[in-house]
Design a protein around this ligand. Sequence first.
Ligand code: NAP
Ligand code: MG
Length: 493
Amino acid sequence: MSELLSMEEYREIAAGLTLPGEAFIDGAFRPALSGRTFGTVNPATGAPLTEIAACAAEDVDLAVAAARASFDDGRWSRLHPAERKDALLRLASLLEEHARELAVMESIDSGKTILDCETVDVPETISVIRWHAELIDKIYDQVSPASDSHIAMVVREPVGVVGLVLPWNFPLLMLAWKIGPALAAGCSVVLKPAGETTLTALRVAELAAEAGIPAGVLNVVPGSGSEVGRPIGLHPGIDMVSFTGSTATGRRFLHYSADSNIKDIVLELGGKNPCVVLDDAEDLDAVAEHVVNGAFWNMGENCSAASRLIVQRGIRDRLLERVEAAAAQWRVGDPLDPAVRVGALVSETHFEKVGGYLDLANDETVILGGGIPAEGFVEPTIVETAHGSRLATEEIFGPILSVITVDTFEEAIAVANDTEYGLAASIFSANGKRALRGARMLRAGTVTVNSFGEGDITTPFGGYKQSGFGGRDNSTHAHDQYTQLKTIWLDLD
Ligand code: NAP
Ligand code: MG
């Protein structure tokens, strides 16, 4: 990454950006067939940014037809894997060339801090695309242990036309998690970004065309969940959907599939992730940094946010003192100020939702924060609450950390697991055996020990229970989503 700039320099770049607004279908930008548009705003200022094509079912039809044609004629799906790799590596290089522009675009569209966009979202997006590109010409298929008079091959083929439906909290990174393996596998894509955060997806589609990814292979159809997401879910020409977002919407995709062509569905959903700190945890300053990062990073708009701190009584006061001090360092303010750690919530609607939880917090024991520094912004807030309260049960998706005090290891694990979600969990203990026993007992797709995190591109990411369905993102396992197995049986007699 190049050096961070000053807020004034970022503002200047933001003012000079050319913002995309049309759908990207069959290799070209085009307005919605209806001609309708919707406005997108900068949530940090409320200022309108641009108008975006408000697509609907007929635009999805067009995109699916383009994707299907590109898939069936093999212009991408039947290229040598090394050629797909080269095109994706060219895309990664173009993303790198335009990294700063993408970081600023992402920040003004979503309220995310420029610090995170520059140091996490954009560089990780690039490395994820590279990783899947590099993988694709190194995967072998199988020959089964059949008898001497048979040869049976188990080959992996791209699943076909895939629908990718994205959330607004990591617009570029979630796009990369899905288009990386989907395109590498040879699928053609119809992608719907979240309504609040459409800009960078459109820009990536344009850069993908410049990188040589053929027309029709990557289509981006902006619009609302009901007008674009639903037709994608129900479309008979789409073979599989990979979705990231809320559990409620994910559930709809299972219905869409059942009501249409039984397309494969992969869901990455919400979380109410526990961070368990046992009374023998060491280096409490470091633990506090992990707790704060887990709870407040990306304004808590993170499906794997560690939003429940479950702490054993013996260590509670010493830990909370440090957590409070560490959280107080997180500056709230203009996302384009590189010193700011907490930017704006993504939209007015979401700000109001989180504000409702802030009211609930203010009825309980607030340890830190609890305020609204400006319209659209919420202070990092720490609240002491009981297990089972709404604050400790519902996914808030904002910077509010619930603290629950427990007496024993067994109680800590039971409280941590008493949730309908199971995306991520952390456990802190200096006793390796206890920590690992806890890690095995926690019902979550990712458990981090003595740290908060999500693993990296080399490890699968997805949820237990109502946090996920049907597959995993990241790692070689992501490829399973976008391929299907075929048996080719040869009789040698
Ligand atoms: P969301 O409301 O479920 O939206 C996700 C996507 O689905 C958006 O593109 C949305 O379109 C679309 N959509 C909405 N209603 C739809 C419908 N009826 N039919 C088809 N598509 C529809 O979630 P969000 O508010 O964007 O994101 C926050 C949620 O996502 C949180 O619950 C969070 O935990 C979860 N999340 C999970 C992960 C993970 O990896 N597990 C990652 C990030 C976020 P619009 O933009 O038009 O609403
Ligand atoms: Mg926006």
